[in-house]
Ligand binder design. Structure first.
Ligand code: SF4
Length: 318
């Protein structure tokens, strides 16, 4: 297990089991309180309590007024400016605390993302709104990966979110140390295979960019933006399969033929949707360590991640 600073994740307080909902209840998510709490430092946040609405409180709602979405209180008072201001301050605090990921409660007029009831003249006109807090947070911290507790139940979406969390946390650490060109290149070498599984184009473009870079500090902002945008693209079984074959090739001749065949069968079984990605990744990591292959032992793609997260443990279908 890598010894790195504990990664910070911001979470809607009600998902942590805190009784902060309008009705005095909570919506505890066991994945949040068990898996995420065991692996990360969780920062609780309830924006409705934050703007002083109290618990319990009357329900609030999203209302469409012309082209603008507003947050209305129970007496139709406009809470949008208050929430705008609160979200800006919260985003600044998350940024300062180097929050690397955000989990927001679905369907809430404050925290929901794309699944909130939208009203017009008091009637529901759609259920695809985004809460005011969530939308302002997304605008202020576009790089911080966000996910709802519902999407945390989808292994593919959860794995993608976790990958982006690990990446943002690590590039944030790098940025805090004013890296020179060699350090930035070493970071790219470590993350290149993860990037290849999401965007081969970005991985190659960044490789060329860094080859012509002499000043790591100046190159970092552009590198960081492109790197995180590449990881925001979804991975696929086919792209993971290519990466696994590539990494297996790096083990080279020291791997005996029988072991090579077993590894090849495992990679083929992953492609066929018979075993999870974590299985060949574990085998590759174990061989890289045993054979002491320097180009593989520090690969982020093969890094050991906290077991309770269930990272890459589900079967993906091609
Ligand atoms: S959904 Fe957001 S605003 Fe509502 S109770 Fe949970 S944390 Fe608070």
């Amino acid at each position: 297990m890598e010894q790195r600073p504990r990664i910070r994740i911001a979470v809607s307080g009600c998902l942590l089991g805190e009784e902060v909902r309008y009705d005095g209840g909570h919506r505890r998510s066991s994945y949040v309180t068990d898996a995420l709490a065991g692996a990360f430092e969780l920062v609780s946040e309830c924006p409705e309590v934050g703007i002083g609405l109290g618990v319990p409180r009357p329900k609030i709602r999203l209302e469409r007024r012309g082209t603008v979405t507003t947050l209305l209180g129970s007496r139709d008072e406009d809470l949008t400016p208050l929430m705008d201001d609160y979200a800006q301050r919260t985003a600044a605090a998350f940024d300062a605390a180097r929050v690397a990921g955000i989990v927001l409660k679905s369907r809430s007029p404050s925290c929901g993302m794309g699944d909130v009831k939208l009203h017009e003249s008091g009637a529901v006109i759609s259920e695809d709104g985004t809460g005011i807090f969530a939308s302002r947070l997304a605008a202020a911290l576009p790089e911080a990966p966000r996910i709802s507790e519902v999407d945390l139940e989808s292994p593919a979406r959860r794995d993608h979110w976790l990958t982006r969390v690990f990446a943002l946390a690590e590039i944030g650490e790098l940025a805090s140390g004013s890296p020179d060109a060699a350090t930035l290149y070493a970071f790219h070498a470590r993350w290149k295979m993860v990037l290849m599984a999401h965007s081969e184009r970005t991985a190659r473009r960044l490789g060329r960019f860094l080859a012509a870079t002499r000043d790591g500090r100046r190159a970092l902002p552009r590198y960081r933006e492109d790197f995180l945008a590449g990881l925001a693209e979804p991975a696929s079984v086919g792209k993971h399969h290519n990466v696994l074959l590539h990494l297996a090739g790096h083990l080279g001749k020291p791997l005996d033929p029988a072991a090579r065949e077993r590894l090849g069968s495992e990679i083929a079984a992953f492609l066929a949707g018979e075993i999870p990605l974590a299985a060949p990744v574990r085998s590759l990591a174990a061989w890289a360590k045993r054979l002491d292959v320097p180009s593989l032992t520090d690969q982020a793609y093969l890094a050991d991640r906290p077991e309770p997260l269930g990272y890459r443990e589900a079967i993906y279908r091609a």
